[in-house]
Design a protein around this ligand. Structure first.
Ligand SMILES: NC(=O)c1ccc[n+]([C@@H]2O[C@H](COP(=O)([O-])OP(=O)(O)OC[C@H]3O[C@@H](n4cnc5c(N)ncnc54)[C@H](OP(=O)(O)O)[C@@H]3O)[C@@H](O)[C@H]2O)c1
Length: 353
């Protein structure tokens, strides 16, 4: 209950997901009872966060393990949105949470941003998987191999919950789309991120035509940034106010999706926008050559990762925290057009700079 100040450590405040979630948390009716400390790398943006938003900012990086441990020890809730894959950072955060538990018998809360990339296969765009994983299917979540993308870090969080010194929640969104917006972005605290749709828009604009790996047949779950933000907000609120019936640890894995798309359909939406902008002759994506995959993705690891399957259902958030996402995959295709327009403006800006 919000009887006194709730100490919160926040990572990723200047980022796409973390920035949107933080500005929403600051609108919480009890926001004046939150004592938020953000770990921020850039000193100027740290100052802005303090002066304009009243959020304490400590200048530092996830690499500062001792600092991270100390900050985590001081927090009843850690909101970790900076990096889904940084094992040493998770280790440092959990060390702080454990110390807190041992010293003052608090059971601190961890909300960790992971990703549905933990479900990826090796499709290389050749096929659509028929496997769709619900986050209510604990056996299926347990069966995700520890070597899967993001999952080593997820499992560290789950182990802390099992040990009993923390209550952990993992949010694993599919592809997040939508333009950045809101006060933290307007103030220059948080920055626009080159999410996958924006990345494709820039890459295919430069190529003069949309492209795919293989046939582009693989399928990913998708979710709008505003719906993702709402999921985080509801989970944050529920974890603080009414955690009794809330799944945590092994049962605290929350996918975020409100639809899915084939990579071909997404790339074709970018292609259509390029045609409309007069920057491609055909909307149809063509297969990327090995050389193009190297140029665009820096090699086949990232190229193939973008063209895996990751199909999931966010049943837990809908059932347990009343999440009602509103944006559907149609919006993803509309956003693809906006991202092409943004990429065009950036290209013109770069040429005149
Ligand atoms: N976007 C998606 O579609 C999506 C979907 C699922 C999962 N994810 C995962 O979510 C995580 C965050 O994604 P995002 O899209 O929000 O990325 P982003 O816009 O690049 O934001 C990352 C945030 O974390 C901070 N950060 C990164 N490394 C740090 C470090 N070593 N020390 C301190 N701060 C650090 C960044 O600070 P600076 O401002 O200083 O760079 C920024 O505030 C990623 O691991 C990503 O894989 C993303």
């Amino acid at each position: 209950m919000y009887t006194k100040k709730t100490s919160i450590l926040y990572t990723g405040a200047t980022g796409y997901v973390g920035g949107h979630a933080l500005q929403r948390i600051l609108t919480h009716p009890k926001a004046n009872t939150f004592d938020i400390t953000a770990l921020v790398r850039d000193a100027d943006r740290a100052k802005l966060l303090e002066s304009k938003f009243g959020v304490k900012a400590v200048v530092g990086s996830l690499k500062d393990a001792d600092k991270l441990t100390d900050l985590a020890e001081g927090a009843h809730l850690v909101f970790h949105a900076a990096d889904s894959d940084d094992e040493p950072a998770m280790k440092a955060i959990l060390a702080g949470m454990k110390k807190r538990h041992e010293k003052i018998r608090d059971t601190p809360i961890l909300i960790h941003l992971s990703g549905a990339g933990s479900l990826t296969d090796d499709a290389r765009g050749e096929y659509a998987s028929q496997t769709v994983t619900s986050d209510l299917d604990i056996a299926a979540i347990d069966a995700i191999p520890p070597t899967a993308f993001h999952h080593a870090v997820d499992l560290m969080a789950v182990a802390a919950d099992t040990e009993g010194y923390a209550r952990t929640y993992i949010v694993a969104p599919g592809i997040i789309y939508g333009l950045s917006h809101g006060p933290l972005f307007d103030a220059g605290v948080a920055k626009r991120n080159l999410n996958q749709v924006a990345f494709f828009a820039e890459a295919f604009l430069a190529r003069g035509r949309a492209g795919v790996v293989g046939k582009g047949a693989s399928i990913w779950a998708d979710v709008h940034i505003d719906d993702t933000t709402e999921l985080f907000y509801l989970l944050f609120d529920k974890a603080l106010t009414d955690p009794a019936k809330l799944g945590h640890g092994r049962e605290g894995y929350y996918f975020a999706e409100n639809g899915e798309h084939s990579l071909y359909a997404l790339c074709k939406a970018v292609g259509t926008a390029l045609v409309e902008a007069g920057r491609a002759e055909s909307a149809e994506p063509t297969e990327l050559t090995a050389e193009e995959r190297a140029t665009i993705f820096g090699g086949d690891v990232m190229a193939f990762l973008n063209f895996t399957n990751a199909r999931c259902r966010a049943d837990r958030a809908r059932r347990d925290i009343g999440w009602k996402p509103v944006h559907t995959t149609e919006e993803l295709y509309r956003v693809a057009k906006l991202e092409v327009q943004t990429a065009l403006r950036k290209q013109v800006g770069n040429m005149s700079a």
